[in-house]
Design a protein around this ligand. Structure first.
Ligand code: ATP
Length: 235
C-alpha cells in the first residue's frame, strides 16, 4: 500500500535517512522503533512531504507521491499525528476537530465523524466547548488523534502518541490504536515505548542512525534477545 524505496534525507550536512526501504501493508499496524535520533520522525515527516528527500521514492497504491505537497498527501489519505500533540490551544475541542476536516465539504458526514470520535473518546465529548490548551496531556493526545481521524485517513501515522502520559492513559491510547485499526485504518506508529508498540504491531522495523537494521513481525522482534537488549533496555 505504502512503499518507501531507497530513501535518502539530509538536513544540511547531516545524512538523517540512509537508504530506507519499507513497506506498510493495508489494514496492518506497522511500527518503527529505535533510539533517539535514529530517524523515526524524519521518516514520517518525509512521507507527509514536510521534508523533501534527496533521492528515493515513496509510492501509495502505486502512485508516486514523493514530490506532492503535504495537503495532497493528506487528500490521498495519509495523515500525521505529530509529536507533542500540537492542538490549537485557543480553540475549543469541537473547533479543533472541525479543523481536522478542513479538506472536506461533506457536512453531514463530518457531523457523523464527530459523533464517532466522541464515541471513541467520551472525555472529549464532555469537554466539547473547553479550550484545548486547558485539557490534560492525555486529553490533548486524544484530541490530536481525533483531529487526524477527521480527515478520514487510510493511513494514520502517529509520532510518539504515549509520550509523557501516565501509564493508565498509555494503555487507553494503545487500545484506541487497536480499535482504529479494526475500523480498517492502516497505522504507522513510532513509539518510545517499544515493547508495547511491538506487541500490537503486525510488522516492525528497527532503525539505527538512519538505517533499517532489523525487521520482522512485531511479536518476533519483541522476543528477539538482541532487540530486547539494544532497544528495550532489558538485560
Ligand atoms: P527522537 O526519538 O529523538 O525524536 P528520531 O528517531 O525521531 O528521534 P529524528 O527526529 O528523525 O529522529 O532525527 C534524525 C536525525 O536528524 C537526528 O540526528 C536529528 O538531530 C537530525 N534532525 C532532525 N530534524 C532536524 C532539523 N530540522 N535540522 C537538522 N537536523 C535535524
Amino acid at each position: 500500500m505504502l512503499k518507501l524505496e531507497d530513501l535518502n534525507v539530509y538536513y544540511g550536512g547531516i545524512h538523517a535517512l540512509k537508504g530506507i526501504d519499507m513497506e506498510v501493508e493495508e489494514n496492518k499496524i506497522v511500527t518503527l522503533v529505535g533510539a533517539n535520533g535514529a530517524g523515526k520522525s524524519t521518516t514520517l515527516r518525509t512521507i507527509s512531504s514536510l521534508v523533501k528527500p534527496k533521492s528515493g521514492k515513496i509510492t501509495f497504491n502505486g502512485e508516486d507521491i514523493t514530490n506532492l505537497k503535504t495537503t495532497e498527501v493528506v487528500k490521498r489519505g495519509i495523515t500525521l499525528v505529530p509529536e507533542g500533540r500540537r492542538v490549537f490551544a485557543n480553540l475549543s475541542v469541537l473547533e479543533n476537530l472541525k479543523l481536522g476536516a478542513f479538506l472536506r465539504n461533506d457536512k453531514s458526514e463530518i457531523e457523523k465523524d464527530i459523533k464517532y470520535i466522541y464515541s471513541l473518546f467520551p472525555r472529549l465529548e464532555e469537554r466539547t466547548e473547553q479550550m484545548s490548551g486547558t485539557l490534560s496531556g492525555g486529553e490533548q493526545q486524544m484530541l490530536a488523534i481525533g483531529r487526524a481521524l477527521m480527515s478520514r485517513p487510510k493511513v494514520l501515522m502517529m509520532d510518539e502518541p504515549s509520550l509523557g502520559l501516565a501509564p493508565l492513559i498509555v494503555k487507553d491510547v494503545f487500545n484506541i490504536i487497536k480499535e482504529i485499526n479494526k475500523e480498517g485504518i492502516t497505522v504507522l506508529l513510532i513509539e518510545q515505548n517499544a515493547q508495547a508498540a511491538l506487541k500490537i504491531a503486525d510488522y516492525a522495523y528497527v532503525l539505527e542512525t538512519g538505517k533499517i537494521v532489523l525487521e520482522g513481525p512485531g511479536k518476533e522482534l519483541a522476543s528477539n534477545d538482541e532487540v530486547r537488549k539494544s532497544y528495550l533496555g532489558e538485560n
